[in-house]
Design a protein around this ligand. Structure first.
Ligand code: SF4
Length: 85
């Protein structure tokens, strides 16, 4: 399991950094990112506290190697016979 921060939701209050500093970092502009590395069993509780405390629900668990689940979009089939020119 890994942690992921949705940059479209995060407002940079850094609560997650205080609760799980080994899982998150902030850049010079205060934008927070999760390191994205597998969270050890001993750090899961801290990661969950960060998720629970985030006021914008910007943090989530992701499985496996997925760092950007938003990129896994469903395939859309276009029926060109119905396209009106
Ligand atoms: S607690 Fe949530 S809103 Fe605040 S910096 Fe962390 S991810 Fe962003």
């Amino acid at each position: 399991m890994r942690l992921r921060v949705d940059p479209t939701k995060c407002r940079g209050y850094a609560i997650c950094l205080e609760l799980a500093p080994e899982q998150f970092s902030a850049d010079d502009w205060g934008l927070v990112q999760a390191y994205g590395t597998p969270v050890s069993t001993s750090d899961v509780a801290a990661g969950q506290r960060a998720i629970d405390a985030c006021p914008y629900q910007a943090i989530q668990w992701v499985d496996g190697n997925s760092r950007s689940p938003r990129l896994r979009l469903p395939l859309v089939e276009v029926n060109t016979a119905q396209v009106v020119s």
